[in-house]
Design a protein around this ligand. Structure first.
Ligand SMILES: Nc1ncnc2c1ncn2[C@@H]1O[C@H](COP(=O)(O)OP(=O)(O)O)[C@@H](O)[C@H]1O
Ligand SMILES: [Mg+2]
Length: 307
């Protein structure tokens, strides 16, 4: 489990080339995971490389593979505050730095008795600004960067590189006293600009192997019955093999499904035979049809062998 020392994790496996860049050896393997989050060695290495080099960590992978949760885990594991910037299709890079609340200032000038001459009162730092200004190092999560338009990552290049920006309205420079540990997540489909990629440490979260998935499930359900766990995992991985699924169920769906299975007290024999509550796993109508047509053919062998 992630909280235990991993025997496979040795100093010699530390990203050979970077070794002479390290200020001292002890600073490298800082992140060892957290009890609520299962990591592979490769992922832990990527996190630690990003911390040592002070470069953003770009995490890609299918939805539900633990990209967002990783940032939470880093914050918890290293005991740091997490600042989350959720990106939407309308988000602009500038909002992450600061906004000048001119509307509030106008309102105050008309109706209030406040002193409006000090513009500083109307400068509201965005998430990046808050992360730079923090008195201690924080973890900054820029979540789902691919949702914004293509210009967005390019617009943040300088600020993320230099961890500083200028506010002309107040003639102030906001510079990070402690470079935040920056995690940027993106779903797999959309391409990001090369110049942006060049500045990041990259890691693709592979879909977990059954062994890793077992660990993940046990983090969520430490008391799960062995037979239920095995049958459910087998059914789940068979389901993912159905041809041309539009949305393959991922870890988060598996966790939801197991929650329902456990709550319903259903016998494990039924789980493989019927996939009860399949709606927790498949979210598209066409996927549901494919399931009806293909599932039994795919699982014939393991159903006959008794699940
Ligand atoms: N490595 C993991 N360890 C523990 N739980 C995980 C892991 N990966 C995924 N999960 C579960 O899946 C859910 C979805 O993860 P999330 O980080 O939201 O995925 P993503 O951001 O990649 O879409 C989490 O809330 C958690 O329940
Ligand atoms: Mg996410």
């Amino acid at each position: 489990m992630s909280s235990l020392p991993d025997p496979a994790y040795t100093k010699s496996s530390n990203f050979g080339q970077g070794e002479n860049l390290l200020p001292d050896n002890n600073t490298f393997d800082k992140f060892q995971g957290s009890p609520d989050y299962v990591t592979s060695e490769a992922l832990r290495n990527a996190v630690n490389v990003s911390i040592v080099l002070g470069r953003p960590l770009l995490i890609r992978g299918e939805p539900g593979t633990g990209k967002t949760l990783l940032a939470h885990s880093i914050a918890r594991g290293l005991n740091k505050k997490l600042i989350t910037w959720n990106i939407k299709s309308t988000t602009k890079a500038q909002e992450g730095l600061y906004v000048y609340d001119t509307v509030q200032r106008l309102n105050d000038s008309r109706f209030g008795d406040k002193d409006i001459s000090d513009i500083k009162h109307y400068i509201k730092l965005g998430k990046l600004g808050q992360a730079f200004r923090a008195t201690e190092q924080v973890v900054l999560l820029i979540d789902e960067i691919d949702k914004a338009d293509i210009e967005f990552p390019n617009d943040l290049l300088n600020e993320l590189d230099e961890m500083t920006f200028y506010i002309p309205e107040t003639n102030e420079t906001v510079a990070a006293t402690h470079r935040p540990i920056t995690v940027i997540t993106s779903n797999a489909e959309k391409e990001l600009p090369d110049a942006f990629l060049r500045r990041c440490i990259f890691h693709y979260i592979e879909f977990p192997t059954t062994e890793l998935m077992e660990e993940i499930v046990r983090v969520h359900f430490p008391d799960i019955k062995e037979k239920l766990l095995r049958t459910a995992l087998q059914a789940f991985y068979s389901l993912r093999q159905i041809d041309q699924l539009r949305k393959k169920p991922s870890t988060s769906e598996l966790i939801d499904w197991l929650k329902v299975l456990i709550a319903s007290g259903i016998a494990y024999e039924k789980v493989a035979a019927e996939i009860p509550f399949v709606g927790a796993l498949l979210k598209k109508e066409s996927d549901h049809d494919r399931f009806i047509n293909q599932y039994h053919r795919l699982t014939d062998g393991f159903l006959k062998s008794g699940g």
